[in-house]
Ligand binder design. Structure first.
Ligand SMILES: C[S@@+](CC[C@H](N)C(=O)[O-])C[C@H]1O[C@@H](n2cnc3c(N)ncnc32)[C@H](O)[C@@H]1O
Length: 390
């Protein structure tokens, strides 16, 4: 089975100076939750389709004289099924429970983490916080995927709680190490896709949008060591955390608090404007603005790349669409469904990209290991939405 059982999973997580300290009981609880997530994913999820095919779909046909047409009809029908409902409750419980554990771990050492995050004279990278910054409504009014306080909430001067909580397990535990122990597989997937398809492309300036704690910001420096890397986000706590994390791992990155819809960079500044798992947490209107802003920021010959899950129109079976839409209804991710319903080609065309330069394709999932940063993970793929400015 892949991945292997998650014994001591948290102890293997990628270390750096600002990562929380954990004691014996906290480690045990984090590892338990990691295993619980894997049980829900690997042992329970495969049964839903069997139940759907054998029972739910047939009952639907009896009643409506046809099969369900779309994910909304499948959802209504599956919500009558106790196994699906139980799994759904357990999945929400798992999410809330890990956050409550992570919050306790962060809170008992928050003062120390804040001290560690403060900029130092020896720092070579930067973090610029805008004292007048206003978070967009679609972020401010929501605890995204039930994360208490989400990415932006400030309770203390030099706040880092959002960053510390996000990095305390996060995707590493809930996906069973699908993206590597530094959670940076998405950036290595971007790099591998570029190197395989456009081997001559060597960016000198890269902007990572919605960078959070920089998991997928740093790898671009590994790929192109002379490249200047910029990371922007709306959340002060995640940016302050990202800055110290990057410095302690030996990367010098320019982080700043900015809205990707409307940045303060001059036009034609970047060779590559990239994001990983970002668009689906923003609104319909924001996505139009973000893609237009990316077009403005790119130099001629530059590329915009967004890494996401595939749009619903690319998923044929309405049942598989439903599973891809679970977060919209249950994980406090209201923009997930609407974003995956959008026609991204028309968004790019509106922003100025030419039809022939717009790309919608797939890239292999990468789970970096110590031996091989570009190790392919056979259990999935990324959807790539990209556009060359030419
Ligand atoms: C799911 S996280 C992205 C994860 C990150 N890219 C990674 O690969 O680890 C979404 C991030 O986008 C940020 N964000 C949301 N709206 C934004 C906007 N308009 N401009 C910049 N950042 C934004 C959030 O604060 C959050 O940190």
């Amino acid at each position: 089975m892949y991945p292997k059982p998650l014994v001591n999973r948290w102890r293997e997580y990628g270390k750096h100076e600002i990562l929380v300290n954990t004691n014996h009981d906290e480690i045990a609880r984090l590892d338990f939750m990691a295993n619980f997530f894997m049980y829900l994913r690997d042992d329970m999820v495969p049964n839903h389709k069997k139940i759907y095919e054998k029972k739910v779909k047939k009952n639907f046909r009896k009643k409506h004289k046809r099969y369900p047409k779309n994910r909304h009809e499948v959802r209504k029908a599956m919500l009558q099924d106790n196994y699906f409902k139980t799994w759904s409750h357990l999945r929400v419980y798992a999410q809330e429970n890990t956050y409550s554990e992570r919050r306790k771990i962060v809170n008992r050492q928050l003062g120390n983490l804040i001290d560690i995050a403060k900029p130092r004279k020896t720092d070579r990278g930067k973090v610029v916080i805008d004292p007048d910054f206003k978070s967009p409504k679609y972020q401010k009014h929501l605890d995204m995927h039930w994360m208490p306080g989400s990415y932006h909430s400030i309770f203390n001067k030099y706040e880092v709680a959002g960053g510390a909580m996000y990095d305390c397990g996060g995707l590493y535990l809930s996906t069973g190490n699908m993206l590597g122990k530094y959670n940076n597989g998405a950036a290595y997937a971007v790099i591998k896709w570029l190197k395989n398809n456009y081997p001559k492309f060597r960016p000198e300036k890269v902007l990572d949008e919605g960078c959070t704690v920089g998991h997928n910001t740093l790898p671009y420096k590994d790929a192109w060591p002379n490249c200047e890397i910029y990371g922007i986000d709306i959340g002060e706590p995640v940016l302050r955390y990202a800055h110290r994390r990057a410095e302690s791992l030996g990367y010098h990155i320019n982080f700043s608090q900015q809205n990707a819809e409307n940045t303060n960079f001059k036009e034609s500044t970047f060779d590559m404007v990239v994001s990983t798992m970002f668009l689906h947490e923003t609104s319909h209107k924001a996505i139009h603005n973000i893609v237009s802003e990316a077009y403005r920021l790119l130099r001629d010959g530059g590329i915009m790349i967004h890494i996401e899950q595939p749009p619903f129109e690319m998923i044929k079976d309405p049942f598989d669409q439903l599973m891809g839409d679970w977060d919209t209804h249950n994980n406090n991710e209201p923009f997930w469904g609407p974003m995956h319903d959008m026609n991204l080609e028309s968004v790019a065309l509106k922003a100025g990209f030419k039809k022939n330069n717009i790309i919608q394709t797939f890239a292999p999932l990468i789970c970096p290991s110590d031996e091989d940063k570009y190790r392919e993970n056979p259990h999935g793929k990324w959807f790539v939405f990209a556009g060359w400015k030419k």
